[in-house]
Design a protein around this ligand. Structure first.
Ligand SMILES: [Zn+2]
Ligand SMILES: [Zn+2]
Length: 136
């Protein structure tokens, strides 16, 4: 089990079950919602995530295509968000309070990374999503 929480601690959740490896997304939307060069995410099935507190503090912003961000209405931290379709949660890995046991499987959407960003480490650098052309 892995616990996660927002900056102020109002929102807490538990992941109990398998997750994906971590994807570091360098797309322009992830830059906007994170404020940094890339966004570390993993996914887990909807039934694996339990909200322990603060579910009433979730503020949702969603674009027409379902992409968006859920945030703590107290501190503004990003929160786990249901993936469009509703079968899985997309989870910002920085929220986790312990080691989830998975590692970075790839850098995705490197084709649209910021011009000032330098990518470190040995994980594959992919032009778009997983399965796309390798750029490294
Ligand atoms: Zn908070
Ligand atoms: Zn992205």
């Amino acid at each position: 089990m892995t616990q996660g929480s927002c900056l102020c601690g109002a929102v807490r959740f538990t992941i109990d079950g398998r997750t994906t490896e971590i994807g570091m997304c360098h797309c322009s939307k992830c830059r906007k919602v994170s404020g940094v060069a890339s966004n570390a995410n993993l996914m887990t099935a909807r039934e694996n995530l339990v909200w322990n507190s603060g579910e009433d503090k979730i503020t949702k912003f969603e674009m027409h295509d379902g992409w968006g961000t859920w945030r703590c209405s107290v501190c503004g931290s990003p929160l786990p968000k249901l993936h469009p379709g509703g079968g899985a949660y997309w989870i910002p890995v920085g929220l986790l309070d312990s080691d989830p046991g998975v590692r970075i499987a790839g850098h995705i959407f490197v084709g649209s990374k910021a011009p000032w960003e330098e990518i470190a480490g040995n994980a594959p650098q992919l032009s778009a999503g997983f399965g796309s052309e390798r750029l490294d």
